[in-house]
Design a protein around this ligand. Structure first.
Ligand code: ZN
Length: 191
């Protein structure tokens, strides 16, 4: 299976949410966990394309990012699934994991549920559910089942610590969510 991984935001141009108390940026958390997910998926024989950029669909205003856009690369590469990794942020109190999709009823919803279940069961985060967010670029400009995982809240201190200290546990949970999905939808039929 071909998995396109998109750690959210951009280390140079778009930090995403920031936990000032810990000096923790969403783009760095996503990059760290994304690199680990890539390793785990490659270990089980999947092909992985990892790309982090603020150019999601040619909207970047930074010339260094004008050579490629995330959603175009995923479409040209013919990824089987697309996974964007993010951290949530709200009021410092909200916490938990949620996974966003374009619309319910398809393979993206199934993938979202397998990843959501693995993270919440393994990390003990609150299951905030799978939600439709059709306006998000990475969900509507991708041609394959696509999910955006809000792994935990970076502005909630216990979860911010969890994202750092348990980065590898998040990565393994996400990779297992992918293999759970593959077991149902993507295995070749040998019958
Ligand atoms: Zn984000």
């Amino acid at each position: 299976m071909r998995v396109f991984l998109n750690p959210g935001h951009d280390p140079l141009y778009d930090s995403g949410a920031v936990n000032a108390e810990l000096g923790l940026r969403e783009c760095d958390v996503a990059a760290d966990i994304g690199a680990r997910v890539k390793l785990y998926l490659e270990l089980v024989g999947m092909e992985v394309f990892l790309m982090q950029s603020d150019n999601l669909a040619w909207e970047s205003c930074h010339i260094e990012r004008w050579n490629a856009a995330v959603t175009d690369e995923a479409n040209k590469w013919c990824a089987d699934i697309f996974i964007s990794l993010h951290c949530n942020a709200a009021d410092g109190e909200a916490h938990g994991t949620e996974t966003l999709i374009y619309a319910c009823g398809g393979r993206a919803e199934r993938l979202a549920h397998t990843i959501e279940q693995q993270i919440t069961r393994t990390l003990g985060t609150t299951d905030r559910g799978v939600k439709e967010r059709p306006e998000l670029i990475v969900l509507h400009a991708t041609a394959m089942p696509a999910v955006l995982v809000e792994m935990a809240f970076i502005d909630h201190l216990p979860e911010a610590r969890l994202l750092v200290e348990k980065a590898d546990v998040f990565a393994r949970a996400i990779a297992r969510g992918v293999t759970d999905y593959e077991a149902v939808f993507e295995k070749p039929d040998f019958s």
